[in-house]
Design a protein around this ligand. Structure first.
Ligand code: HAM
Length: 420
């Protein structure tokens, strides 16, 4: 029996992968404009990093992580997201000692054991940014603006930024809201799913995130957090909304947005598209004031986001244009031509011209058929007489014309012909 990829995991190959490369290149260039440096962390981390960082009560930690004991019996986990790993590295490498502000971005695979569907995989990819070391609302604004302008660069125009504040842990802020929430939820306990009946005690905010219809109906009528924010959180949120308006970034207030991870406080946001079906969020993020300290680091607040690449690509694959280098198909007739052809191919490639050729002896007809199938605009025919004259027959596959040109003019001709 032939072997296949695991459920919810996909091979990525041409032509799809070219659009991914364009988006990744765009991200490298765009994030550099904001002073972000790339970080590459391991795919595997000790399980505690995520259970402590993301929160024991979250769906991700309770149900979705790929966790197993390695050969030494240590519990390790394939990263379900990037933020916890970045913060672990920030602490481990004392980044805050170099500069009070650390700006890092990452891209790569994440793993969550979810039920696969359109836009939801078990191995998926994120591009994320984390700004660590500033509690200012301006940092939130800049981070969101970076995301917003990146999305625009991919050609996506139809999307919504949902914005909320989750308050802070001070008694007169989120805890006050949670107490009210609990009170209301207890009154509707029998209408909640079994998970939410437990969450009601352990983490009532999570109930707002439940996707079950019965819970959604209850949530609709619950009070929202905005009226419970302490004055500092209120001021922070106002500064964020004003900052976004100053940059002409449109947003929709989303007072019930809580996000699926527990480390957030104050700003929380998500970007959705109407073209993605039920998995409509293609990016999300927010501020985390306690995470760094909670993982053993200094008292540094951070803000960041991650984009789901599969979902982004569903929206922009037809909008991004991979640049194709000038290319030529080298059709060499006979053994001698094949040997000479490799020399010519080497020169072309050194000059940035892509060359495709055959390695076995074939007829011109067979080689041109392949060149045609591979959609080459130009083919170069090389046989014994051309080698003797130091020429090639240059065939324009589109115009169906052919002319003999000197070998040393070939590069100049091809380079003057820029395809994009
Ligand atoms: P998240 O909302 O869990 O946030 O994930 C960010 C994005 O990853 C989602 O909006 C979605 O597009 C994509 N995503 C999540 N799960 C899947 C899946 N199973 N299949 C396909 N795509 C998926 C975070 O991960 C936070 N670390 C973001 C962040 C960074 N917050 C602060 N800094």
């Amino acid at each position: 029996m032939s072997l296949q990829t695991l459920t919810g995991m996909k091979d990525l190959f041409s032509p799809e992968v070219e659009a991914w490369q364009v988006v990744e290149k765009l991200a490298h260039e765009h994030f550099a404009l904001f002073g972000y440096k790339e970080i590459r962390t391991p795919l595997l981390e000790v399980t505690e990093l995520f259970s402590r960082g993301i929160g024991e009560e979250t769906g991700v930690v309770q149900k979705e992580m790929y966790t197993f004991a390695d050969r030494d019996g240590q519990s390790i986990t394939l990263r379900p997201e990037g933020t916890a790993s970045v913060i672990r590295s920030f602490i481990e490498n004392h980044f805050h000692q170099n500069d009070p502000i650390t700006k890092l971005y990452y891209m790569g695979p994440m793993f969550r054991h979810e039920r696969p569907q359109k836009g939801r995989l078990r191995q998926f990819h994120q591009i994320g940014c984390e700004l660590i070391g500033s509690a200012s609302p301006l940092a939130d604004v800049e981070n969101i603006s970076l995301l917003d302008s990146f999305i625009k660069k991919t050609g996506i125009t139809d999307y919504t930024l949902h914005l909320n504040s989750l308050g802070c842990l001070k008694e007169d802020c989120r805890p006050r809201y949670l107490a009210k929430l609990k009170e209301e939820l207890i009154a509707h306990k029998e209408k909640l799913c079994a998970d939410c009946q437990k969450r009601l005690e352990t983490n009532p905010l999570r109930v707002l995130d439940c996707k079950k219809e019965s819970c959604k109906n209850v949530v609709e009528n619950l009070p929202t957090i905005e009226k419970f924010l302490c004055s500092d959180c209120h001021t922070h949120h106002q500064a964020v909304t004003e900052g976004l308006s100053n940059l002409s970034i449109a947003f929709t207030p989303a007072p019930r947005l809580v996000r699926g991870l527990d480390y957030y406080d104050r700003t929380a946001f998500e970007i959705t598209s109407p073209h993605l079906g039920s998995q409509s969020a293609f990016a999300g993020g927010g501020r985390y004031s306690g995470l760094v300290k909670n993982l053993g680091g200094p008292d540094a607040s951070g803000v960041g986001f991650a984009i789901g690449l599969e979902r982004l690509l569903l929206l922009c694959a037809d909008k991004v244009k991979p640049s194709t280098p000038v290319s030529v198909y080298l059709a060499c007739l006979g053994k001698k031509a094949l040997t000479e052809g490799l020399v010519l191919a080497k020169k072309c490639r050194e000059d940035g011209i892509a060359v495709e050729m055959d390695y076995e002896e074939k007829s011109f007809k067979a080689m041109l058929r392949r060149a045609n199938k591979m959609k080459f605009r130009f083919a170069c025919l090389l046989g014994d007489s051309e080698i003797e004259k130091k020429t090639v027959q240059l065939k324009d596959m589109e115009k169906q014309t052919q002319e003999e040109i000197k070998m040393d003019q070939l590069l100049t001709f091809l380079k003057s012909y820029v395809t994009n």
